[in-house]
Design a protein around this ligand. Structure first.
Ligand code: FAD
Length: 317
């Protein structure tokens, strides 16, 4: 079922969902299931599965280092299919512009259609780890809006290299990313919102936000989005802070602000166990306020270990 239909069916009740990251290749999928199992108590209508950008590895060939490209966490669509059937829950594979030609994207989408996956999250992806700027694959999309258009074309039966519309067209519900504190490359929040509007105009059905730690940023973002005619659901993404290093990493990587009260509370912690508890309590307070404000879904970034998301959800759902 589509994410938007789940929201409509909930009739104003806030739903619980979360995002998981595929394991590093070579690892067993059981660890992922062990993290999902406890969270099923809160009846998520859908679970997102991220897609990782390819990365460079250096292979030692007779003393010379050979630079190769690999994917360390493949398997997004397979994991989606596996979770969907194991737990009878909808899954949302993240589909990236970065690293994929339009043809490869079409094959991913065709796989999704055959597997009965009704939702996809359309994202540009970040720059590769060693690169300063995002570079699209040759023959790939430069921005998420054109990826949305490709998916929308499939929804109307239009494949890349076929003139004849197909009878059995796809019917994907399309999610896109939104940034309450603006995307790190955007010159201003206003211009970033215009880009978000382009994604919605291209066919996006809902938005999931980047993490934020101050709810006012989300509320202002939703107001500003509505003011320019973005009328699709905007789902808040919540990340429980988990280690002291997040105080540096999160602002650096995502260009987001952390509230001073949160920084002070983490600074007082003697170890990361205490930080994890602060992160849980902060996310509970954030989630309670968002739920009271009537957000459609509370979507959690679980990043592998789900014990903190479990503690938060237990207080809310
Ligand atoms: P876009 O919407 O294409 O925007 C990227 C930048 O370009 C923005 O600054 C925008 O303002 C600007 N822009 C857009 N269109 C134009 C234009 N026509 N001309 C000039 N500028 C333009 N990354 C992953 O690698 N894997 C994941 O699974 C993943 N999941 C995510 C889930 C969520 C909910 C979120 C919020 C992010 C996720 N990301 C993921 C990160 C995301 O890929 C990065 O934030 C990426 O840098 C931007 O992606 P986007 O889809 O928002 O890009």
């Amino acid at each position: 079922m589509k994410v938007t239909d789940h929201i409509v069916n909930a009739k104003g009740k806030t739903l619980f969902s979360f995002e998981i990251v595929p394991p590093v290749k070579g690892k067993n999928i059981q660890e992922l299931y062990n993290n999902i199992d406890p969270l099923m108590e809160f009846k998520p209508p859908f679970i997102d599965v991220t897609t990782s950008r390819e990365e460079y590895v250096y292979i030692n060939k007779s003393g010379l280092l050979d630079k190769q490209i690999t994917r360390m966490r493949p398997g997004t669509v397979g994991i989606c299919a596996s979770i969907k059937h194991k737990y009878n829950v909808d899954t949302v594979p993240h589909v990236l512009c970065g690293g994929f030609t339009k043809e490869e994207t079409e094959y991913v989408l065709v796989d999704c259609q055959y597997l009965g996956i009704d939702n996809v999250m359309a994202l540009r992806g970040d720059a590769m780890r060693e690169e300063q700027y995002f570079t699209p694959a040759k023959g790939g999309h430069t921005y998420a809006a054109s990826l949305v258009s490709q998916i929308q074309d499939l929804n109307t039966g239009k494949y890349l290299h076929d003139d004849t519309p197909m009878e059995n067209n796809a019917n994907f519900c399309i999610g896109v990313a939104g940034y309450p504190e603006k995307h790190l490359e955007a010159p201003s929040l206003k211009s970033d919102l215009k880009r978000l509007k382009e994604k919605v105009d291209a066919g996006a059905d809902y938005v999931v936000t980047q993490m934020f730690f101050d709810n006012q940023k989300y509320f202002q973002f939703v107001e500003a989005a509505k003011a320019i005619g973005i009328n699709v659901p905007i789902i808040p993404g919540i990340k429980p802070l988990a280690v002291k290093r997040h105080l540096q990493i999160l602002p650096q990587v995502f260009k987001i602000d952390l509230p001073q009260n949160l920084i002070d509370a983490v600074d007082c912690c003697e170890n990361n166990k205490a930080v994890r508890q602060v992160g849980i309590e902060w996310a509970i307070q954030q989630s309670k306020e968002l739920k009271e404000a009537g957000v459609p879904v509370l979507h959690y970034y679980s990043m592998g270990k789900s014990d903190n998301v479990y503690s938060i959800a237990k207080e809310l759902f």
